[in-house]
Design a protein around this ligand. Structure first.
Ligand SMILES: NC(=O)c1ccc[n+]([C@@H]2O[C@H](COP(=O)([O-])OP(=O)(O)OC[C@H]3O[C@@H](n4cnc5c(N)ncnc54)[C@H](O)[C@@H]3O)[C@@H](O)[C@H]2O)c1
Length: 371
């Protein structure tokens, strides 16, 4: 690392999320992007120009070896993640890699090991761990206000990710690998280890090789459960309602505001820590930019608002990663978590295919902790 504590970056993949990362990286103090890479060379060039990055290349391998780079930020399509991470580790670079780390748990584990063996840090893009809304929900659940165990359920139907590669089993894995992995990871973060997975999946739109629609239940050893009823199988522009809430024996928490919920100032149930801190918030979030969850308990005629400071979770996770690199501390969410979340995703695909419940004591892949 540089003596100045400046952190220098090579960013791979100038698509939708690569550009989102660049917007954030450009705002962070003492972070400098030295090179961007994209196989679409004009896109790499335009991206470098737009974000004031001095160099670009069409070959991501060249960017891995770029002189003076401390960290590699991998925003490539998912099928390239593991090889990019292993390459970065070989060059002694710390790595931030977008989720999922790979499309098979074995590949994720190999990539995590490569970082561990090279002594470089790995953080994986499980940004929900940095989302104040989800963290506020976790706080309510931990407080016991809903009772335990709980069922965290989410039903959604959309056309899903815009690029076709997301729906190919070998390139993106489909929504139950690519998107739902945020829920699997957050579920493990909140509830602990997984006990079993059950899924019924199908391909709704032709030409796809990964399931785009289905129902998933992930049960945790704690007794808590995650229930997802998801589709990325709708045609573009067709929208349906979304349901996102946590149910418990003592109450329910709505994760989405509803029109009929009126805010009564007298009844703020949780004043989330982030709100109090927010005088000089690291990401400059507007302290007036509040979000609300809604708590319903017996004997109360009105839902109680749970207030949190809305934040930019991608900015928070990148700040945390840069800090870990600068201060030589472990990253907040690394290879071990990435492998474990992918094991859940693999179990979902397997159960969806076979109709069997996958018990987690059947999953034997050992997960070593990654730095
Ligand atoms: N954390 C989140 O919530 C979140 C949200 C969106 C996307 N993502 C993840 O980010 C990753 C990228 O997603 P995206 O939406 O930006 O995809 P995208 O298709 O928009 O961008 C990918 C880019 O990589 C480039 N590329 C493809 N092959 C390449 C190669 N061999 N060498 C160099 N460049 C190559 C493409 O030209 C494209 O510009 C995915 O893994 C996705 O799952 C995460």
């Amino acid at each position: 690392m540089h003596a100045s504590k400046e952190v220098t970056v090579a960013l791979l993949g100038c698509g939708r999320f690569g550009q989102r990362h660049l917007e954030v990286l450009n705002r962070l103090p003492d972070v400098r992007v030295l090179v961007v890479a994209d196989i679409d060379e004009p896109r790499a060039q335009q991206t470098a120009f737009r974000f004031g990055v001095p160099s670009f290349t069409a070959d991501f391998r060249e960017a891995l070896a770029w002189p003076g780079v401390d960290v590699v930020d991998v925003c490539l399509p998912t099928f390239l993640h593991a090889q990019a991470v292993e390459g970065a580790a070989r060059h002694g670079r710390h790595v931030f890699c977008e989720k999922p780390l790979a499309l098979r748990a074995e590949d994720a584990q190999r990539a995590a090991r490569a970082c561990e063996d090279a002594g470089v840090k790995l953080q994986v893009g499980f940004c929900r761990r940095f989302d104040n809304g989800w963290l506020a929900a976790a706080e309510v659940i931990r407080s016991g206000a809903l009772g335990r165990p709980v069922v965290w359920r989410h039903a959604t139907g959309t056309s899903g990710a815009p690029q076709p590669w997301f729906f190919d089993r070998e390139l993106g894995g489909g929504p139950f690998v690519d998107g739902a992995i945020h829920w699997y990871d957050f579920g493990r973060f909140l509830f602990g280890e997984v006990e079993s997975v059950q899924a019924a999946t199908r391909i709704m739109r032709p030409g796809r090789t990964a399931p785009d629609t289905g129902i998933v239940s992930v049960r945790f050893v704690s007794g808590d459960e995650l229930q997802l009823m998801w589709s990325w199988g709708l045609p573009p522009g067709v929208k349906v309602d979304e349901l996102h809430e946590v149910l418990g024996p003592e109450g329910a928490l709505s994760m989405r505001p509803r029109q009929q919920d009126k805010i009564s100032d007298a009844a703020v149930f949780v004043d989330h820590d982030h709100r109090k801190e927010n005088g000089g918030h690291a990401n400059g979030a507007d302290p007036g930019n509040l979000g609300y969850l809604w708590l319903r308990r017996p004997g109360q005629t009105e839902a109680q608002p749970v207030v949190y400071q809305r934040n930019d979770m991608v900015e928070e996770e990148l700040i945390a990663f840069v800090q870990a690199v600068r201060e030589d501390r472990p990253t907040a969410v690394g290879g071990r978590e990435a492998v474990a979340a992918l094991q859940v995703a693999m179990a979902v695909l397997e159960s969806g295919q076979t109709g069997r419940t996958v018990m987690f004591d059947e999953m034997t892949l050992p997960a070593r902790s990654a730095k």
